[in-house]
Design a protein around this ligand. Sequence first.
Ligand code: ADP
Ligand code: MG
Length: 474
Amino acid sequence: MAALWQDVVRDAAAMRDAAAVAVDAALLAGVLMRTGEQPHASDVVNYAPFTLLPSAVPRALFEQAYTVQQDFNLLVDAISQNKEFLEQTLASTIKVDDFTARLFRIYMQVLEEGLAQTVFLGINRSDYMFDCGLDGTAALRQIEINTIAASFGGLTSRTADVHRLVLKVLGKTEEASQLLPNNPAKGLALGIAKAWELYGSQRAVVMFLVEEVQRNIFDQRCVENELWNRNIHVIRKRFRDVFEQGSLDASRRLYMDGQEVAVVYYREGYVPQSYDQQNWEARLLLERSRAVKCPDIATQLAGTKKVQQELSRLGTLEKLLPGRPEAIARMRATFAGLYSLDEGEEGDRIAATAIADPDRFVLKPQREGGGNNLYGEELREVLEKIKDSPERTSYILMDKIKPQPALNYLLRAHSPLQVSECVSELGIFGVYVRQGRELVLNQAAGHLLRTKAIEHADGGVAAGVAVLDTPFLV
Ligand code: ADP
Ligand code: MG
């Protein structure tokens, strides 16, 4: 895998010329982000970071990831409907993790009142790395499933065109023609449109629930514009707008300043910092409503690291998806080792193993958005400190995936061009819609490849570590 593009990757002049073409192509194609300096402005923007060259991805693993996506959609949907499983699985976590506990309280409150929502929409992204075995063969290993605000389905729809041009500039016309078309934004919009249609009110709108600071607005606009193309009206609101303008009628239809909302698509709300008291109240209002939430709070909880760890326990998938042994085998084949740090012998043993050999593991809290995991010496120190306290149950341990690095250039505004050893993470977008108990849509909607320099153990594109990439199948 490491050998791809080796005839050009060390040719500094060729790389410099190609980078100049690539940056202009990215701007023309709309691979854009607002800047850190002016995060509220759309009149000063720059290109979103991306690799100069597409990265090699083994074709068989790429196809495996697509094939298993419908299974993961089914699984997430099943978890979201299984109160007993969520209650049991998160029982230890919510004792020590305030954020998960708050979400869980809303979940219980909404269930007690009885769900008004009858149409369900899931948009998730299952992320993988390619673990390199001792014999040099690569295996697909799931990193996590993102069940809320999975991003970059829009910008990634536009990166392949940029890489196609770069390859042509480098004299690789044949390879350029092999880059796959990819348009997750269209697939996500299809799911949102289906949910909107089943909600059944022509006048109702789709509401994007967005952050205070929206640097990644162009990614969201790609999905938004697909909806406008279908003549579906989109509004963008923050939690505090919902607090001020949101209301429910007697049948719990959601209104924003008198305008009915059919679908709430969250691109916010997955970190504690998103919430003050008012925003929690706004979240509760949304969850109580009849509107289709993408995701509903149960589906957000289904995406926690603790749930992921429990799924890897023998017998759990069988209980969640009875009568689906093939789907279960396909999913399990992608699992890395995952370990509970709950109090007791099992947790004591794995904590001791990780302290003795920290480079084998990643320590993960119940957080999203990159930059939260612990590795190596830091993992050892933290685990040493919390190993005898209940606090350790707010974390899980995971086997560290060790991919084969490859050379590439990470193009970032205001950064010098330099070659880096890089590893990639492949994400597959999944979309499904359920009406009552009937699944009416279940699809893989496209892919996202993100690449980072090996010096960084953690962090996504939004966190400023990874950059957008395009898979070149080998
Ligand atoms: P988050 O919810 O913050 O995105 P992730 O589980 O996706 O959490 O981890 C963040 C990043 O850390 C990943 O994108 C990947 O680069 C790295 N990472 C996570 N798990 C592992 C692992 N088991 N082995 C190696 N790297 C990992
Ligand atoms: Mg992640």
